[in-house]
Ligand binder design. Structure first.
Ligand SMILES: [Fe+2]
Ligand SMILES: [Fe+2]
Length: 203
């Protein structure tokens, strides 16, 4: 019967993204193919939007930092902006590798002003916590639809979110420690200037 594989009468995708091959009127094979479930592809496109939105927020924060004489912080946030675009393209490349369509959705305008440096990093932390929640929901969907490759990809992002939240929490702790002491903020800003560029192909 496998010899009849290329003699399929009909090939289609079921609602669950499974490729169904009908070999003849008497015989139906269901083949688990790499075609993505459209619900998951749509959710990944939404996640691409969220990652680009993150990038946009951090770029706007970098502009605020520059305008407020904090060049080291501006640099740190630019690196974060780059990292978020890499996150977005990692999902985008995954859609390509699964033969799913990329749909780039509109990105909301980011906030332009902040009350203080602590305010900036509190927003970063809250934003990353919301991204963590999104990744967790996406992972649950991947489990629900039994998409193992997506689960493996998302395990990378789950680890990444632990790193993101921990890094930003550390910065916030330092900022709260120095409070509004100008010389200490100056030194911390210089420290932020040493953040290296993210790896172009994060593994
Ligand atoms: Fe991200
Ligand atoms: Fe990161």
């Amino acid at each position: 019967m496998w010899g009849d594989y290329f003699c399929s009468r009909a090939v289609g995708t079921s609602a669950t993204g499974v490729l169904v091959v009908h070999h003849s009127s008497r015989c139906t094979f269901t083949i688990f193919h790499t075609i993505m479930n459209p619900i998951l592809a749509e959710a990944i496109n939404e996640q691409i939007r969220a990652e680009f939105h993150s990038a946009y927020i951090y770029l706007a924060m970098a502009a605020w930092a520059n305008e407020n004489n904090l060049p080291g912080t501006a640099h740190w946030l630019r690196m974060q902006w780059q990292e978020e675009t890499l996150h977005a393209t990692k999902f985008l490349d995954f859609l390509h590798s699964r033969n799913a369509s990329v749909h780039l959705l509109a990105i909301d305008e980011p906030p332009r002003s902040y009350a203080s440096l602590i305010d900036v990093f509190e927003h970063v932390l809250h934003h990353e916590q919301s991204i963590t929640e999104r990744i967790n929901v996406l992972y649950d969907k991947a489990v629900e639809h039994r998409d193992r490759p997506l689960q493996i990809l998302l395990q990378w992002f789950i680890n990444e979110q632990v790193e993101e939240e921990s890094q930003v929490q550390g910065i916030l702790d330092q900022l709260k420690l120095v409070g509004s002491d100008g010389p200490s903020i100056f030194l911390l800003d210089r420290q932020f200037a040493s953040r290296p560029a993210p790896a172009t192909n994060p593994e």
